[in-house]
Design a protein around this ligand. Structure first.
Ligand code: PA5
Length: 435
């Protein structure tokens, strides 16, 4: 089970910059009562562990016979799969098949590079869009669709769609062209969908047993409603981050995992936190980081810069290998002292030393501890962070599942690209360009 250490956020530890345990408990209990009343249907993501995996497994078995697997999606439809790929199958394309490419942007150069590497005849393309209406994903889908057709390949053999169970463009095309289709449950929205077929399909394609991820998520989900705060670290984390903003004015959350394999977890978390909480003038700014790398680029700012941050460490107790540092150069102290230790030891010591330095400097920090990186712990951390985010949104009294602020930009893009019904937005863009 992953653990939370919140001692370095308490006033007992860091003085007046900290928060009393009493305040944390009051708001943690409030978060539990809010989530237990299930005010939004989108909280259904909590029960994704109940899903039937048979179709996912059947399609993944077929997918493993391809040489290449291209995933098209963006935001919540791509970042979770990226974490699964990098955390659970690091350097995958150098070692295993199918080679996986996650094309989540419409950068034409990235597209060209992928096309140069893959052979379409041996490629399965997973198009992921809950709405089936996202311009970036649909544009890249159209290009792949045309190329598959131009090569006279069977679209049924080269596409799998992951989309809404009832509606949208992808659902319609799946029915018309008999394309295999996986469903994202109706009430599960993009950034809370990693444990739906959005993420578990890729996991299975990589040969990862997704039921381990779901079993882990179940354990976390069940604890999310427990009023025993020792069993409910999600409520304690949500309360701590909420109070750090509301009471102490700390408006930046630095997310700092100590493992290269969790670098994209920072990106995934930042999207989850920003898009869920940044509304009605509320929310805090997530800031993706990586230990130990960013100790050499950002730590100075965290130690002596403005008093506006909370650091969230993600520490990994055991990495999959230790790698001993050899004992050499006994007469040069700068090299001698490293010999006989391991890289794992150095990584974990750097994390501890940074945490201590921040605490000694009265900078609030939380620590989430993963025993290892494996499907189980990744399932747990996904569900842990999703529940913390939803609870924090409920404490802010905002809806953590919508994103009204991104609609205007989408509408203006539709107008500029000539989508019917968005003519006035098209005119607005023209006027803007004339300024
Ligand atoms: O969290 C969200 O809802 C968004 O980030 C979406 O995931 C993103 O906009 C992509 O949407 P869709 O899956 O509908 O293409």
């Amino acid at each position: 089970m992953i653990k939370l250490d919140f001692s370095n956020i308490l006033s007992e530890e860091i003085g007046e910059g900290g928060i009393s345990i009493n305040e944390i408990e009051i708001n943690a209990r409030k978060a539990i009562s809010l989530i237990s009343s299930r005010p939004y249907k989108e909280l259904d993501f909590i029960e994704l562990y109940r899903q039937d995996l048979s179709k996912v497994k059947e399609l993944a078995k077929k997918a493993r016979d391809y040489e290449y697997f291209v995933l098209l999606g963006i935001g919540g439809s791509a970042l979770g799969p990226k974490v699964i790929l990098e955390a659970l199958s690091p350097m995958h394309n150098l070692k295993k098949k199918p080679k996986v490419f996650i094309y989540d942007n419409v950068d034409p150069v990235t597209f060209k590079n992928i096309i140069e590497v893959i052979d379409l005849k041996k490629t399965l393309i997973n198009v992921i869009s809950k709405s089936g209406a996202t311009s970036e994903t649909l544009a890249s889908f159209l290009i792949f669709w045309r190329m598959i057709r131009d090569k006279r390949l069977d679209v049924k053999e080269h596409f799998v769609f992951t989309t809404d169970p009832e509606k949208g463009n992808l659902k319609r095309l799946a029915e018309e062209y008999e394309i295999p289709c996986l469903s994202i449950p109706k009430n599960v929205v993009g950034r809370y969908s990693v444990l739906s077929p959005v993420g578990v399909f890729l996991a299975e394609v990589l040969g990862i047993k997704s039921e381990e991820m779901l079993e882990a998520a179940k354990e976390i989900s069940e604890k999310a409603f427990s009023e025993n705060l020792k069993e409910n670290p999600m409520a304690v984390a949500a309360s701590s981050l909420y109070l750090m903003d509301r009471v102490k004015g700390r408006k930046i959350v630095v997310f700092l995992p100590y493992s290269d394999r969790l670098k994209t977890l920072s990106e995934w978390f930042c999207q989850l936190w920003a898009e869920s909480l940044g509304k009605e003038g509320k929310g805090t700014t997530p800031y993706p980081s990586l230990g130990t790398t960013d100790q050499h680029s950002q730590l100075q700012l965290w130690m002596e810069g403005p008093e506006d941050k909370v650091i969230v460490f993600i520490s990994v107790e055991r990495h999959d290998c230790q790698e001993e540092i050899p004992e050499e150069f006994h007469d040069i102290e700068g090299l001698r002292f490293l010999g006989g230790h391991t890289l794992e030891e150095l990584m974990n010591t750097e994390q501890l030393a940074t945490e201590m330095a921040l605490t000694m400097n009265k900078k609030p920090n939380l620590k989430i501890i993963l025993p290892k990186i494996n499907p189980y712990s990744i399932g747990q951390i996904f569900q842990f962070l999703q529940i913390v985010t939803a609870m924090t949104g409920l404490l802010y009294e905002i809806n953590p599942f919508n994103q009204p602020g991104v609609e205007l930009g989408k509408r203006l893009t539709y107008g500029a690209m000539g989508k019917r019904g968005f003519e006035s937005e098209g005119e607005e863009i023209k006027d803007y360009l004339k300024r």
